[in-house]
Design a protein around this ligand. Structure first.
Ligand SMILES: CC(C)(COP(=O)(O)OP(=O)(O)OC[C@H]1O[C@@H](n2cnc3c(N)ncnc32)[C@H](O)[C@@H]1OP(=O)(O)O)[C@@H](O)C(=O)NCCC(=O)NCCS
Length: 154
């Protein structure tokens, strides 16, 4: 890979709209709400966003030039733990960027107890979480909950 990826915190409504677009491309893989998010809903969500959320866009940089956003990441502080999630635009999947995205999210959490949820059918996501050191703490047959294991070598 001769390029690298950067994660940038979302600050503007335009960036929140880009997140909406990427998240809508990922919605079939979402574990809680798979509905399509309208512009209006996204605006409302963004202006009312609570401080327990950290939201990011992922860009690739090649020869000093920044790409259009290729993914997004969310960190939500749930009190006892941080819940992380994210996804890539369709055209950038299958290139190894997912594990870089989630590794960056792990580095950006403040609450060090990290959890995530993944559909059992989402093998690609499960493989990267497992490789990054997440371990299964619950499996109901459809939905798997995983927790970050700090004893992992990564
Ligand atoms: C999930 C996602 C982030 C993964 O990122 P990615 O860059 O596309 O992942 P990769 O294609 O590099 O694959 C990750 C791993 O899964 C493996 N893999 C891919 N398809 C596989 C399959 N069908 N069976 C087994 N392993 C598979 C790859 O070999 C790779 O493993 P490796 O790193 O050990 O080689 C990305 O595909 C995505 O955004 N998907 C839609 C949204 C989503 O699912 N978000 C997560 C919600 S929990």
């Amino acid at each position: 890979m001769n390029n690298f990826l950067v994660l940038k915190k979302i600050e503007t409504i335009d960036e929140a709209m880009i997140l909406r677009n990427i998240r809508n491309q990922c919605r079939e893989f979402m574990t809680r709400d798979t509905s399509y998010i309208s512009e209006e809903q996204q605006k409302r969500w963004f202006v009312n966003i609570k401080p327990d959320y950290k939201i990011f866009l992922l860009y690739s940089v090649e020869l000093g030039l920044i790409s259009s956003p290729i993914g997004y990441g969310l960190i939500r502080d749930e009190g006892d733990f941080s819940l992380i999630s994210g996804g890539l635009v369709e055209s950038e999947r299958g290139k190894g960027y997912g594990s870089i995205l989630f590794n960056y999210l792990i580095k950006n959490v403040t609450n060090k107890n990290i959890k995530l949820e993944v559909l059992k059918s989402n093998t690609r996501a499960f493989v990267i979480y497992n490789n990054l050191g997440f371990r299964v703490v619950n499996d109901d047959g459809e939905l798997i909950t995983m927790e970050y294991n700090y004893d992992s070598p990564i």
